[in-house]
Design a protein. Structure first.
Ligand code: NAD
Ligand code: DAU
Length: 336
């Protein structure tokens, strides 16, 4: 029986993953280890708080004592989602990104060696590959070329993971996924920010010319991929996941306006993100061929369900758009 330490389980993808895995596998036990930063929210898993195979521990991945205490719970596997995850925040201050994403990964890797695990899964990102031109795709052998402090910290963590596999034989697997969307995403990322602003008839800030391209994947497709990489991934390997769903930001923005019945006058073109990556697109054929995985949620269906989720969870949104959020919003966007 597996007892999995899931780090960052109170964030967007981690909370979706825990809910998904507990339902998909009636034997697995999960210890959710999360520091509850601004992005971590116990309400994301309120429905599971009394679940017999689930337990929450508050702790910091960069703190050795916290991590050792969690590992003493009979952990058999680690799936490491915890991170500072927002590019714009990494441009304001890269310090927390290096601490959590780099040092935190090193501390976890040391704990994985000390206690022994069957598998260590590192949740990385396609951003470690940098930016594409108008053609081509990221494969698992694309050289790392991170451009933001966020992606640089994720790439550093990936290199540590690979070094621990190579040097110590630690059974690691790295996943690199494209842009996720779905329920419980913090409204600092494009899709939830724009949906929640539009629901309140607020403008939406489009960076630069709006023709930057992202490859969108529903969070549950990513969760299924992480499960497959954990169960069947070969130690030392990297697996890319993507939605085969490329879209320029301005096209997505106009789609959101249409689905929500709002006017295009709510679009505000604002200053571009410094160092903004132009295009991401994932070749996920390795995961399809070797893990039996494929993205299943059509974007139109997933996006409509995501909009409906935010419409019915405005209390959740209101609790997040608190004083800290307003301060961040002011700093990032000023007056729109
Ligand atoms: P998120 O920001 O929503 O959640 C991050 C979680 O990590 C929060 O619960 C937070 O409290 C926790 N955390 C932060 N610092 C911590 C620390 N020092 N110790 C313990 N917990 C800490 O992030 P997300 O969007 O759910 O992303 C999860 C992972 O997936 C990240 O590693 C990210 O790099 C990766 N990823 C995200 C996407 C995406 O589109 N969101 C795509 C590919 C990969
Ligand atoms: O590709 C995977 C990555 O996707 C993850 O590793 C990151 O954790 C996650 O945050 C996401 O990074 P992006 O920077 O691509 O996501 P974001 O939602 O911040 O931005 C998506 C696109 O929209 C990007 O081109 C910037 C643009 N954008 C974003 C915001 C927040 C805007 O035009 N306006 C905005 O206000």
């Amino acid at each position: 029986m597996a007892r999995v330490l899931v780090t960052g389980g109170c964030g967007f993808i981690g909370s979706n993953f825990i809910r998904y895995l507990l339902a998909a596998d009636a034997t697995v036990e999960i210890v959710n280890f999360d520091a509850l930063t601004y992005a971590g929210n116990l309400a994301n898993l309120a429905d599971l708080q009394d679940h017999p195979r689930y337990r929450f521990i508050r702790g910091d991945v960069a703190d050795r004592d916290d991590v050792r205490m969690a590992m003493q719970q009979g952990i058999t596997d680690i799936i490491h989602f915890a991170a500072e995850s927002h590019v714009d925040r990494s441009i304001h201050d890269s310090g927390p990104f290096v601490r959590t994403n780099v040092i935190g990964t090193q501390v976890l890797l040391d704990a994985a060696r000390e206690f022994g695990v069957n598998k260590y899964v590192q949740i990385s990102t396609d951003e470690v590959y940098g930016s594409l031109g108008e053609t081509g795709y990221f494969t698992e052998t694309t050289p790392l070329h991170p451009n933001s402090p966020y992606s640089a910290s994720k790439a550093a963590a990936d290199l540590l993971v690979q070094a621990y596999h190579h040097t110590f034989g630690l059974p690691t697997v790295i996943t690199r996924c494209s842009n996720n969307y779905g329920p419980y995403q913090f409204p600092e990322k494009l899709i939830p920010l724009f949906i929640t602003n539009l629901l309140q008839d607020q403008p939406v800030p489009v960076y630069g010319d709006g023709w930057h391209v992202r490859d969108w994947i529903h969070v549950l497709d990513h969760c299924r991929g992480v499960e497959a990489a954990w169960r069947y991934g070969r130690p030392g390997e990297v697996y890319n996941f993507g939605g085969r769903c490329e879209m320029p930001n301005i096209v997505l923005t106009k789609l959101l306006l249409k689905l929500l019945g709002k006017p295009e006058s709510l679009i505000r073109y604002v200053a571009d993100r410094p160092g903004h990556d132009r295009r991401y697109a994932i070749d996920c054929s390795k995961a399809e061929q070797t893990l039996g995985w494929r993205p299943q949620v059509p974007f139109e269906t997933g996006l409509a369900e995501t909009i409906a989720w935010y419409q019915t969870h405005m209390a959740w949104v209101a609790s997040i758009k608190n004083k800290d959020y307003v301060n961040y919003y002011q700093k990032q966007y000023g007056q729109l």
